[in-house]
Write a protein that binds this ligand. Structure first.
Ligand SMILES: *[C@@H]1O[C@H](CO)[C@@H](O)[C@H](O)[C@H]1NC(C)=O
Ligand SMILES: *[C@@H]1O[C@H](CO)[C@@H](O)[C@H](O)[C@H]1NC(C)=O
Ligand SMILES: *[C@@H]1O[C@H](CO)[C@@H](O)[C@H](O)[C@H]1NC(C)=O
Ligand SMILES: *[C@@H]1O[C@H](CO)[C@@H](O)[C@H](O)[C@H]1NC(C)=O
Length: 648
């Protein structure tokens, strides 16, 4: 995506005219003969024809109407349903990102199993008769944690991401040597359904502007995928974005939402012109940030913009066609004046809702598509059934501070001063920092950290009593009182690494010293917490609750169970009176909830994580404060914004 607070990008000013992206212009740019023009195309070919200004598939003029879906945001049991609905909408292709950090959790450790089985996902697209436009990064943005780059790249703090820095290139190369051989047999030329492959993503928006890096990637992609596949780049519409994002030998595409730059009056200067032009990200909606209004884009406007582009003969990819969910810790963040974390829901106001249901927008788009190409015969599969399981009472299991032995079995790391998550090799989630007050503090005294050094939230406890929360850009100090030797704990939460912009080296944890009345605290014990590992092993349901009942404030675990009547339908869970935290059901991490900050009020619970005929184990980590009577409310519809909460 292109960062902007709204899908309607500012209209380019005179000084910043978008580049002309018609194919004749590109033909001049790309006159290096890198794309062979063949008099007799091979049996299976997908090529650009500069002369006739169009794509050619098996020699015949071709344009695609595509939609984005991210398998990492959709539970595997739902893949077929979502892809079938996309096919039945009249799409000829899907556009798919591959998040590197989803597949290489540690250097040289690869995971392509279960929800991460990208080959199984690609098999399904082929089975359903969809073509694929593949976006394997290595950087993808996607509002995904660190734009898809693995956090372990930051173990070398001086690394220059997305550049020809040797440490970065070495990691990229070893990843591409694992990934791209899985892709090669699936290329259209080799009998598969992948028609084109994107190199990097919106590189022109990145400060480094390192052509050496793009050239290196081009070389690796060509070496591993062959010379025939159509490789392309995608950038925003501004000249400066295209300058650094495009490269000879790579076909340049752009991305923009309804209203830009199609509404430019001066046809001549317009940044985009069909036919043969491609909009790689036509925005059907927009993402939500915690603390901002729920985004929505009218169906009529999206449909009209699509029709205008299709009239011109252009190829279009709708971003997103199905957004899905940022489960676990995968949501990214933006930086615009301040750190802006993305919500758990990635509904995107897309044509298929977060739960995969056809919306009014989908039918409006389908009607437009039907004017240009025949729709598949048969009905659109219906919305999946939802179920309101109702109220489920939870019990407090333990304060987080009382179960450190379970959450950090290897024990703490000692350090004079705080260490970052990256320094202790923890990618996501939570780390606890513990020290003792060096002296009596009999009057309220300032406990604080330098600006932007609490990344991203610090929950402060003194003698196990919750004192308040320090924030990255908000509240950076608290007033505390205590005795020499009192235990001070700060639980640090990573809210997702920045996925877009000039600086995506977004280190987590306590990045600076925590000071008491300006003097830095020292002698820390640092506990990297493996909460998900413990929960996946059945904790805390199989364990006895800890009896220490220190009240409702501060980080604590709550548990409960519920049964499904017969079939495990999808559902949405609301958090009445809860503040902020993380939810697991049967060990599956459903993501963050934060209703007071909003706009998202419910979390999507896919039926596939629920069990039939035995209890479903709920675990909640509440970070700030649970309600007096803790319960969750399972509904049959989502609540995306404050308006609905107020009237709920
Ligand atoms: C909240 O959602 C409802 C229903 O989806 C919609 O009608 C309303 O405009 C939304 N309000 C805001 C502030 O987004
Ligand atoms: C990015 O931000 C980090 C701090 O979060 C800083 O140390 C680093 O120098 C910045 N890098 C660039 C390229 O601005
Ligand atoms: C923390 O304080 C110590 C002692 O003043 C200093 O040496 C160190 O550089 C500080 N660390 C950071 C990250 O500012
Ligand atoms: C749920 O918790 C019970 C103990 O209360 C345990 O026996 C069971 O294995 C757990 N089920 C899952 C799916 O975690």
């Amino acid at each position: 995506m292109v960062v902007s607070t709204s899908p309607f990008l500012p209209r380019p000013g005179l000084a910043q005219r978008p580049a002309r992206m018609g194919l004749p212009a590109l033909a001049l740019l790309l006159a290096a003969g890198l794309l062979p023009t063949q008099a007799y195309p091979p049996a299976r070919s997908f090529q650009l024809d500069y002369e006739d200004d169009c794509f050619r598939k098996d020699g015949a003029p071709f344009r695609y109407i595509s939609g984005s879906i991210h398998y990492a945001r959709v539970p595997r049991p739902a893949w077929r349903d979502r892809l079938l609905k996309m096919y039945m909408s009249g799409l000829s292709a899907v556009q798919v990102y591959i998040p590197w950090n989803y597949h290489e959790p540690l250097p040289g450790v690869y995971d392509f199993a279960g929800d991460r089985d990208v080959e199984a996902f690609l098999d399904l697209t082929a089975e359903l008769g969809l073509l694929v436009i593949l976006r394997p990064g290595p950087y993808i943005c996607a509002e995904w944690e660190m734009g898809g780059l693995p956090a372990w790249l930051l173990w070398k703090p001086d690394i220059v991401l997305r550049s020809s820095h040797p440490a970065y290139l070495a990691a990229v190369d070893s990843w591409l040597h694992v990934l791209l051989p899985k892709i090669k047999p699936r290329l259209y030329q080799h009998g598969g359904n992948i028609i084109s492959v994107q190199v990097e993503n919106e590189y022109g928006s990145y400060y480094a502007c390192d052509y050496e890096y793009l050239r290196h990637l081009l070389g690796s992609f060509r070496a591993l995928l062959g010379t025939e596949v159509l490789l392309f780049t995608t950038d925003g519409t501004q000249v400066w974005e295209l300058r650094c994002g495009t490269l000879q030998g790579l076909y340049a595409t752009i991305d923009f939402g309804p209203g830009t730059p199609m509404e430019e009056e001066e046809e001549e200067e317009r940044g985009w012109e069909g036919p043969g032009s491609v909009n790689s990200e036509y925005y059907t909606g927009w993402l939500d940030y915690w603390g901002e209004a729920h985004a929505s884009t009218s169906s009529a406007r999206v449909a009209q913009g699509l029709e205008d582009m299709l009239e011109l003969g252009a190829s279009v990819n709708m971003y997103m066609f199905h957004g899905g969910t940022n489960f676990a810790y995968w949501s990214g963040a933006d930086f615009k004046d301040q750190y802006k974390p993305v919500t758990t829901s990635y509904d995107y106001d897309a044509p298929l809702s977060e739960a995969g249901d056809p919306t009014e927008k989908l039918f409006a788009i389908r009607t437009v598509i039907s004017k240009f190409q025949p729709l598949p015969v048969g009905p659109m599969p219906p919305a999946t059934p939802k179920y309101a399981y109702g109220r489920v009472v939870l019990q407090k299991h333990a304060d987080l501070l009382d179960v450190l032995d379970v959450l950090c079995p290897s024990g703490p790391i000692q350090s004079q001063f705080p260490l970052t998550f990256e320094a202790i090799k923890q990618a996501h989630g939570f780390v606890l920092y513990r020290t003792r007050l060096p002296r009596d503090v009999l009057d309220p005294t300032t406990l604080g950290a330098p600006p932007h050094s609490v990344c991203d939230r610090g929950y402060v406890m003194l003698q196990q009593e919750y004192q308040g929360t320090l924030e990255r850009d908000g509240q950076t100090m608290l007033r505390v009182m205590g005795r020499e030797g009192d235990t001070l704990d700060v639980l640090l939460e990573n809210m997702g690494r920045i996925s877009f912009g000039a600086n995506i080296s977004d280190f987590k944890g306590l990045l600076g010293n925590l000071s008491l009345d300006s003097s830095p605290l020292s002698n820390w014990l640092i506990y990297p917490l493996a909460i998900d590992t413990a929960i996946q092993q059945g904790w805390p349901h199989a364990a006895l609750p800890k009896s220490s009942s220190r009240g409702r404030a501060g980080p604590a675990f709550y548990t409960g169970t519920f049964e499904t009547p017969g079939i495990a339908w999808d559902t949405f869970v609301k958090f009445p009176g809860w503040t902020k935290g993380q939810l697991w059901i049967n060990g599956f991490n459903l993501g963050r909830y934060w209703p007071p900050r909003g706009p998202q009020q419910t979390l999507f619970v896919p039926g596939s994580v629920l069990h039939v005929g035995r209890p479903n184990n709920i675990t909640v980590l509440e970070l700030e404060g649970a309600p007096p009577t803790p319960f969750l409310l399972f509904l049959d519809q989502p609540l995306f914004n404050r308006t609905l909460t107020a009237t709920e």
